[in-house]
Design a protein around this ligand. Structure first.
Ligand SMILES: [Zn+2]
Length: 394
């Protein structure tokens, strides 16, 4: 997992709040303002304080909010079990923001058995069935059923949420003698509060309005290693996440109401082959760049209307990007940040390549004629496969 940037927080959740509580159907807690369903007590909406106390700092099930002493718990793997089974080993691990590692077998968040089963049925089984198909088959499924994009988005929200929730249990300093707080202490939990509501919408029966769904990009990855693998990279500030499952690459933006997709439609349609790791990183940098530099952002809100809990978003009228001195972060800096770790230190000319990336002179996805550059496996080539920049940045 990647985390940490000095750029300003880009989340906009100014409309957090509940309007129009329908008292006949729901109970609102006098002090906490958490909303429960009258008929069975199910928590439909955690107030922000309850979310912090029960889910982030407490040990309650992250879906239904029940305490572990009141129900059977089996906890939920942060990296889904089916991924560990097909692409990992018991010893595979995750790199944490404090540069330490944690074994995937113990990388879990509190979850009751009932909610865990429900998540399996609603998300993990459909996702494992979809993402283990060939790329052509995945495209076919997506063409047949557009709602699968929503399922992928929901699943991406779940992965991002679990990853960050787990960090609220992990010490910044793994030396237990030091009391340095948890990794999660540095997060903006308002963002994760919105994501949490999307994650559990299957449980609350919330209507997620179309504008809430963000950019979802599904592409084919070049297989560069002996075995197909799993990869995960995210950036919380820009709410951009990359998930690679074998041959399938998914990039999602959780808070853009598809603005990045609109900006990158033509660019994406020119990708006509399978992407090598450096190209996947370039695309991630580009999407993050657009999202961080949107001049006007969607406003997200929660509301109860006609007895129904809804999660909505108001999109800005037009998409504009901050440019020049107003840019929050430059594309070149992001390209360098994400691609440099993949360049071998022994590569002759590494310094020039890194500088070229930062100055936005070179790129990896397209060649000089704007044609997709089908790479050989990066591991097998001697030269770093970059070309002079010939495509205008958005
Ligand atoms: Zn539960």
């Amino acid at each position: 997992m990647w985390l940490g940037t000095s750029s300003p927080l880009t989340i906009v959740c100014e409309c957090l709040g509940i309007n129009d509580i329908v008292m006949k159907k729901y109970l609102v807690h006098n002090q906490t303002k958490t909303v429960k369903r009258y008929r069975d007590g199910r928590i439909i909406f955690f107030s922000y304080d309850d979310f912090l106390n029960k889910i982030v700092k407490g040990n309650c099930c992250f879906i239904c909010g029940v305490e572990s002493s009141l129900k059977a718990f089996n906890n939920e793997h942060v990296i889904p079990n089916w991924i560990l089974k097909y692409y990992g080993t018991q010893d595979s691990f995750m790199i944490l923001p404090n540069d330490t590692t944690i074994k995937n077998s113990i990388y879990k968040v509190p979850c009751c058995c009932e909610c865990n089963n429900e998540l399996g049925k609603i998300l993990e089984i459909p996702m494992s069935n979809l993402l283990r198909k060939t790329y052509e088959e995945v495209c076919c499924e997506l063409d047949k059923d557009n709602s699968l994009y929503h399922k992928i988005f929901h699943w991406a929200c779940l992965l991002v949420f679990k990853t960050h929730l787990k960090d609220s249990f992990l010490s910044k300093n793994r030396d237990k003698r030091s009391d340095s707080g948890t990794i999660g202490d540095d997060y903006c939990w308002h963002q994760l509060f919105r994501i949490h509501n999307i994650v559990r919408h299957h449980h609350t029966n919330a209507i997620v309005e179309p504008n809430v769904f963000g950019t979802v990009i599904v592409l084919e990855a070049l297989i560069e290693t002996k075995n197909e693998d799993f990869g995960y990279l995210d950036n919380l500030n820009s709410e951009t996440v990359l998930i690679k499952v074998g041959k399938i690459v998914v990039i999602c933006v959780l808070n853009d109401s598809k603005a990045c997709l609109s900006c990158y439609q033509t660019f994406l349609s020119n990708i006509t082959g399978s992407l090598a790791s450096i190209q996947i990183r370039e695309l991630f940098a580009r999407i993050r760049y657009v999202n961080e530099n949107l001049k006007n952002r969607p406003d997200f809100y929660f509301m109860f209307r006609n007895g129904q809990f809804r999660i909505g978003a108001k999109r800005p009228d037009k998409i504009e990007l901050l440019k020049g001195a107003h840019e929050k972060v430059s594309l070149g800096k992001l390209m360098r940040y994400y691609i440099e770790p993949l360049i071998s230190n022994s590569l002759i000319g590494k310094d020039e390549i890194v500088l070229g990336l930062e100055k936005e002179n070179i790129q990896c996805i397209f060649d000089e004629q704007c044609k997709f550059k089908q790479q050989e496996s990066y591991n097998e080539i001697n030269n770093f496969p970059v070309s002079q920049l010939s495509v205008d940045f958005p």
